[in-house]
Design a protein around this ligand. Structure first.
Ligand SMILES: Nc1ncnc2c1ncn2[C@@H]1O[C@H](COP(=O)(O)OP(=O)(O)OP(=O)(O)O)[C@@H](O)[C@H]1O
Length: 440
C-alpha cells in the first residue's frame, strides 16, 4: 500500500531543496498518482521550494492524444502543478515502441537543465516486464538488474518513487483518492513487446507460481547487488594497475584472466568516457592494443574519445581534431583563435631566454608549447623533421600527437615555420623548449 509518509521520506532522500522537477505525465493511472503525490508534497513542504512541472508528450499515435493532453491540462489545473505538453514526430517505419520511448525521453529532457530531476511513475510490474525485455536482449547482470529508483542521466537525474509498489497498490491509491485517469487503448495490443509480456506471459507464470513476480524482483535485486560488488572490486583493481585510475598498464592487463580483463576494460572505458563499450569493441581493444606488437599504433574511437596506447600503457583521450591543416601568420602579442573552439593563444616573447612561449590557456589536458625551431623549414607543414622527432622523443611525446601539430608561420613567408604543439601532458614534464635545444 502506498502511504504519503513513505513517499515523502523517499522524495526527501533523493531530491534536494530548491530543485527543479519534471514529472512525466501521460494521464495514465501511474502518473496521475505520481502528480497527486507530488502536489501533496509541494503543499506540505513549501520551505522545500521545489519547482515542479508536469510534462505530457504527445506521440501522435492515437486519435485521442489531444483529448489526453486536455485531460492532463485540467488535472494539473486543479493542483499546484504547472503543465506543459510537447508533440513529437515518430518514424513509423522503424521499431515504433523503441522509437517512441527514445523520442519521449529526448522531449522530456528538453524541459530540463543539468542538475534537474525527471520523475516517472514506473512501478514494480514495469520492473518485472523490464526483466523479460532484458532477457530478450541477452543482458548481463547490469541489464538484469532492471531500473533503479534513482540514477544519473546525461542531463540531470531520474527518480522513480513508485518503483517498489505493485500496480494493485497504485490502483488502490487512485480509487481511495477518487482519481480519474485515461486508458491508452494501445496498452491492450500484444503486438508491442511490453504489452505481450504484461498480458500474455506474466499472468500465466503468476497463475502457476503465485510468488513469481516477487521472486523475479528479488532476483533482479541480487543481480544489482552483485553488479555493484563486482564494480567496486574492479575499481580497486583499476586503481592498482593504473597511474591514478587514468592509464592502464598493458603488462598487468595481460596477466588477467579473460573475464577479468573484459570487465576491467568495460568499467574503465565507461568511467572515462561515460559510454558502455560493446563486447565487439572490447574484443577489438584486447586484440589490437593488449596482445599486439609493442610498436603498433592503433586507434579505437568511442564517442568523442579514442583509446590509444603509449609506452606500455593504455589511454583514453578526447578525440581531438587534427589541426595539421591549420596555419596562420603569427604576430607577437596578438591573439590566435584555434579552430574547433580549442581556445585562443597569445604569443609572448621572452627576450631574455630567446624563447617564445604560449601561456597555457587551453583547458586541461590540453597544453600548448610554442617552439621556434630555428633552421627547420617545412615547405608544406606536413613533414615532421628529424630534429623535431628527436625533440619529441626526448620529451616523451606520443608519436600520434606529433602527427597532428598545426603549423604556424612566423613572420613573413620565408621565416621559419613554427610548430605549435598541442598535446596531452602524459609525462607531466614541462614541455617548453628553446630553439638551441632543437639545433643540437
Ligand atoms: N506520453 C507521455 N508523456 C509524459 N510522460 C510519460 C508518457 N508516457 C509515459 N510517461 C512516463 O513514463 C512512465 C512509464 O510509462 P510507461 O510504462 O508507459 O513507459 P514505458 O515506455 O513502458 O517504460 P520505459 O520508459 O521504462 O520504457 C509513466 O508513469 C510516466 O511517468
Amino acid at each position: 500500500m502506498i502511504t504519503y509518509e513513505d513517499f515523502e521520506s523517499l522524495t526527501k532522500k533523493h531530491i534536494p531543496h530548491n530543485a527543479s522537477v519534471v514529472l512525466g505525465f501521460s494521464g495514465g493511472v501511474d502518473s496521475c498518482v505520481l502528480v497527486t503525490l507530488f502536489d501533496n508534497f509541494v503543499k506540505k513542504n513549501k520551505k522545500f521550494n521545489l519547482t515542479v512541472k508536469a510534462v505530457y508528450i504527445d506521440h501522435g499515435l492515437s486519435k485521442k492524444s489531444v483529448q489526453w493532453e486536455k485531460f492532463c491540462y485540467n488535472f494539473c489545473k486543479t493542483k499546484n502543478i504547472t503543465f506543459y505538453s510537447k508533440k513529437i514526430l515518430l518514424n513509423k517505419e522503424s521499431n515504433i515502441e523503441a522509437n517512441a520511448r527514445h523520442k519521449r525521453y529526448e522531449a522530456l529532457q528538453s524541459f530540463m537543465n543539468d542538475g534537474d530531476y525527471l520523475v516517472t511513475g514506473h512501478h514494480a510490474n514495469d520492473q518485472v516486464e523490464t526483466l523479460f525485455l532484458s532477457l530478450k536482449r541477452a543482458s548481463g547482470p547490469r541489464g538484469l538488474s532492471g531500473m533503479s529508483i534513482f540514477n544519473k542521466r546525461d542531463v540531470g537525474y531520474h527518480f522513480r518513487p513508485l518503483l517498489k509498489y505493485p500496480k494493485d497498490a497504485i490502483l488502490e491509491f487512485a480509487q481511495t483518492y477518487n482519481l480519474k485517469w485515461v486508458e491508452d487503448e494501445s496498452n491492450e495490443s500484444v503486438k508491442f513487446d511490453r504489452n505481450f509480456i504484461r498480458k500474455d506471459i506474466v499472468p500465466r507464470l503468476s497463475e502457476r507460481w503465485s510468488n513469481f513476480q516477487s521472486s523475479a524482483l528479488i532476483s533482479m535485486k541480487l543481480c544489482s547487488k552483485q553488479d555493484s560488488l563486482l564494480q567496486e572490486l574492479v575499481e580497486e583493481k583499476i586503481n592498482f594497475i593504473s597511474n591514478s585510475g587514468k592509464a592502464l598498464s598493458i603488462e598487468k592487463l595481460k596477466n588477467m584472466s579473460e573475464e577479468l580483463l573484459l570487465y576491467t576494460l568495460k568499467i574503465w572505458v565507461k568511467k572515462l568516457s561515460n559510454i558502455t563499450p560493446s563486447s565487439k569493441g572490447l574484443n577489438t581493444i584486447i586484440k589490437d592494443f593488449i596482445f599486439s606488437k609493442h610498436d603498433s599504433n592503433p586507434i579505437y574511437k568511442i564517442g568523442d574519445y579514442q583509446v590509444r596506447k603509449f609506452q606500455f600503457f593504455l589511454y583514453i583521450i578526447p578525440d581531438y581534431k587534427d589541426l595539421t591543416y591549420f596555419s596562420t601568420a603569427l604576430k607577437i602579442n596578438e591573439k590566435i583563435h584555434l579552430p574547433h573552439n580549442y581556445g585562443q593563444i597569445t604569443i609572448i616573447s621572452n627576450p631574455k631566454k630567446n624563447i617564445l612561449r604560449f601561456p597555457d590557456k587551453l583547458e586541461y589536458p590540453l597544453r600548448i608549447t610554442f617552439c621556434p625551431p630555428k633552421g627547420l623549414i617545412y615547405p608544406n607543414g606536413k613533414t615532421v623533421g628529424k630534429k623535431f622527432k628527436k625533440w619529441a622523443q626526448e620529451y616523451n611525446i606520443p608519436s600520434w600527437e606529433r602527427k597532428r601539430l598545426p603549423f604556424l608561420y612566423y613572420g613573413n613567408s620565408l621565416a621559419a615555420i613554427v610548430g605549435l604543439f598541442v598535446c596531452t601532458n602524459f609525462s607531466g614534464q614541462d614541455l617548453s623548449i628553446d630553439h638551441q635545444r632543437l639545433d643540437k
